[in-house]
Write a protein that binds this ligand. Structure first.
Ligand code: TYM
Length: 338
């Protein structure tokens, strides 16, 4: 088993990232004990696909590293690094650009969403972004990739690229790449905005009130949950009763994910309750979950040297693990390297 996943260091780590992906990273780390089985990285090379402020990217990269450690990623057990220190990522991306088809990239919904109406003005990096994402996981022979629902299409593409590369350039008994499996937690694969139940909770939403950041203090959490959009009906006792109520479903989903139960269980306990009673219960559960994380986060942020050292050590290990696969990919393509 080889677990690999990444997160973009843009903005703060939010509840959607945590419940949709990071909590699963920590679980998988705890289930594996061999050195080098879990690799987690900050996708800083992905972050330059959108307009960005250099000083802000640098700050956000270190903050995101601190946030991951605060959530329970242990740099002594997992390999924690940022892409920019491992040139094998963009190198393999270039090699895979020869295999990825324009038609496949044209189907990526994230490119359509992020480029919006100004497709001609989007960066080339935004278009080829999923090929870098494929390189990120194929480089390490990942078997499991813990992600939220929104990344599944990119993972499907990584599988297609791996399969075509193996078919075109490797023999059946010695494939160059392993086909990775995406893994999403069923209750929390998609956490929605607190202001609009049809949009995912996202770092790029201009409204702070749309998301819970993991570093939010208890008063902020309470305020954001109180102001979260809902409807005037009480909670139903059956899941079907949430069918046309996306905001209510989202709050119940968050409650279920935090309490490690199901939407059914939450409705069994809270069915009939109005939001006046449910929201404070949810806020309390959130505050309980976030308190230890934000305490650790703030302590880690004070030690820049320690964070630099963690990333440098992780990157050295990642370069070592990546080397044989990168060499096989060059050689399979017939590229002469002395
Ligand atoms: P990113 O940085 O947008 O998000 C990091 C992880 O959080 C999940 N996530 C969510 N899950 C549930 N509900 C939400 N509202 C929500 N918002 C985000 C994402 O699915 C993701 O798992 N392209 C990736 C980063 C990446 C990557 C990779 C991931 C680069 N290379 C290789 C896996 C493997 C991204 O932008 O995720």
């Amino acid at each position: 088993m080889r677990v690999v996943s990444g997160i973009q260091p843009t903005g703060n780590l939010h509840l959607g990232n945590y419940l949709g992906a990071i909590r699963n990273w920590v679980r998988m780390q705890d289930e594996t004990d061999e050195d080098g089985q879990c690799l987690f990285f900050l996708a800083d090379l992905h972050a330059i696909s959108m307009p960005h402020e250099p000083a802000e990217l640098c700050r956000a990269t270190l903050e995101m590293a601190a946030a991951l450690v605060a959530c329970g990623i242990d740099p002594d057990r997992s390999v924690l690094f940022n892409q920019a220190q491992v040139p094998a990522h963009p190198e393999l991306q270039w090699l895979l650009n020869g295999t990825a088809r324009i038609g496949w990239l044209n189907r990526m919904t994230q490119f359509k969403d992020k480029s919006g109406k100004n497709r001609e003005g989007a960066s080339a990096a935004l278009f080829t972004y999923p090929v870098l994402q494929a390189a990120d996981v194929l480089l390490y022979q990942a078997t499991h990739v813990p992600v939220g629902e929104d990344q599944k299409q990119h993972l499907e593409l990584a599988r297609d690229i791996a399969q075509k590369f193996n078919n075109d350039f490797a023999s059946e008994d010695a494939p160059v790449f392993t086909l990775p499996e995406p893994i999403s937690p069923p209750q929390a694969a998609r956490i929605m905005s607190l202001r609009d139940g049809s949009k995912k909770m996202s770092k790029s939403d201009p409204s702070e009130m749309s998301r819970i950041d993991l570093a939010d203090d208890p008063d902020t959490v309470l305020k954001k949950i109180k102001k979260a959009k809902t409807d005037p009906e009480p909670l139903p006792s059956e899941v079907e009763g949430l069918a046309q109520r996306p905001e209510a479903l989202n709050l119940v989903t968050i409650y279920a994910a935090l309490s490690e139960s199901t939407v059914e269980d939450v409705l069994r306990d809270h069915g009939g309750a109005g939001f006046g009673a449910f929201k404070p219960a949810l806020a309390e559960l959130l505050v309980e979950t976030l308190r230890p994380i934000s305490t650790r986060f703030n302590a880690l942020l004070d030690d820049r040297e320690a964070l630099d050292a963690i990333l440098a050590r992780g990157a050295a290990r990642a370069r070592e693990i990546a080397a044989p696969t990168l060499a096989s990919a060059y050689s399979a393509l017939g590229l002469v390297r002395g």
